[in-house]
Ligand binder design. Structure first.
Ligand SMILES: NC(=O)c1ccc[n+]([C@@H]2O[C@H](COP(=O)([O-])OP(=O)(O)OC[C@H]3O[C@@H](n4cnc5c(N)ncnc54)[C@H](O)[C@@H]3O)[C@@H](O)[C@H]2O)c1
Length: 354
């Protein structure tokens, strides 16, 4: 239990990338919230991401599975939960191709368990909240991948009304979880919001994802693997801008609504790898690294095209007009500044002194 009368919010999956950037930001901004973090610590979760919060008396970590109804009910009762921000998920598309079952289990069943417990704890019957829980909100964190893929026409963008057309087991499981949240709003009148965000980058991302993979392999002098022709386009958003968007939607979003979050920073994978290699060439010249091939002059020479990901979506790009115009969100970081900070963070993580 917490030793104060603050409102307590349940966060899930915050030992992962986005959640672990969100918690310190949110704890500092809102001194009148306690935060409970429920995380199973799968391979993707790492408590070292949250060491800066460990000693905070308004933060509590609980190791456990969002699919475990008894545990989730216990947490709601024990901490009198007044809001949920749900990050926990299996999140890596490549893993969903190899092992889709766990994506359905965590992303679909886990989301159902959480939202159903929240509804029962906060509501008397459909459309009637218990008096003490009147403003309690369930915020579901989702992805732009639910919309499928776009053409290369720059005017073709994902909006909140774009039909769902998920193509990977990951995006299908996230789309399913979005539908469950929608149904709990429509059927029971639960106060829900959903945010669908584009690709995030920044500190604390798991080594398996594109940007850490590029940096790690480059520093070892290994081939830098790039899928297919490298021309797949993603819309990159600095992780803290995503966190700020979640904050705004959680506090001011319209109940039952969805909001797209994206940075208007479309890049091909080739542009990403090229930019990172340029930064590395400046900051850690190959000549300064022991054990790498001295014959190469730039990290760019390590770029190696590998067999494309099955069902690889060609282009994602977000139209964030609704969030910008209705709720006043704006990305603070652009890709060129954010990527330098990000590379510096990973260089530090991988033990490179600048
Ligand atoms: N990373 C992105 O670019 C991106 C973009 C848009 C949306 N999202 C969404 O944001 C959320 C967070 O993404 P991320 O990149 O931080 O993911 P991540 O893989 O880095 O972290 C996921 C966290 O969830 C935990 N978890 C997994 N299964 C669990 C379970 N059954 N019970 C409890 N905890 C469990 C893991 O231990 C981990 O800490 C996800 O819902 C993801 O779909 C991510």
């Amino acid at each position: 239990m917490f030793n104060n009368n603050n409102k307590t919010i349940l966060l899930t999956g915050t030992a992962g990338f986005i959640g672990s950037n969100f918690v310190p930001y949110f704890l500092e901004k809102y001194p009148d919230y306690n935060l409970v973090n429920l995380d199973l610590l799968t391979y993707a979760g790492n408590l070292e991401n949250l060491t800066e919060c460990e000693q905070n008396p308004r933060y509590k970590f609980i190791k456990g599975d969002i699919c475990n109804r008894e545990l989730v009910e216990f947490i709601f009762n024990e901490y009198d939960i007044r809001g949920v921000i749900h990050f926990a998920a299996e999140s890596h598309v490549d893993n969903s191709i190899k092992n889709p079952g766990v994506f359905v289990q965590t992303n679909v069943n886990g989301t159902y368990t959480l939202v159903d417990v929240a509804k029962n704890y906060w509501m008397e019957k459909p459309f009637v909240y218990k008096e003490a829980y009147k403003n309690c909100r369930f915020h579901h964190i989702s992805t732009d991948e639910v919309y499928g893929t776009l053409t290369l026409d720059p005017n073709d963008l994902f909006t909140e009304t774009t039909p769902y057309m998920p193509n990977s087991p990951y995006s299908a499981s996230k789309a399913s979880s979005d539908m469950i949240i929608r149904a709990y709003h429509e059927t029971y009148g639960l106060n829900t919001v959903i945010t669908n965000c584009s690709n995030n980058y920044g500190p604390k991302q798991h080594d398996e994802k594109l940007i850490p993979t590029i940096i790690r392999n480059a520093l070892k002098g290994n081939p830098i693997p790039i899928y297919g022709d490298g021309k797949n386009i993603r819309d990159w958003l600095y992780v803290l801008d995503h966190c700020k968007g979640i904050d705004i939607v959680y506090h001011t979003g319209k109940t039952g609504d969805t909001y797209n979050i994206g940075g208007r920073n479309e890049r091909t994978n080739l542009q990403i790898v090229d930019r990172i290699c340029t930064i590395l060439d400046e900051k850690v010249p190959l000549s300064s690294l022991r054990g790498t091939k001295q014959s190469i002059k730039s990290y760019k020479e390590l770029i190696t095209f590998v067999e494309d990901r099955a069902g690889h979506d060609r282009r994602y790009a977000i139209d964030a007009t609704k969030l910008e115009n209705e709720l006043g969100w704006k990305a603070d970081e652009n890709f060129d500044s954010g990527i330098v900070k990000t590379v510096e963070w990973y260089l530090n993580k991988y033990g490179i002194k600048l």
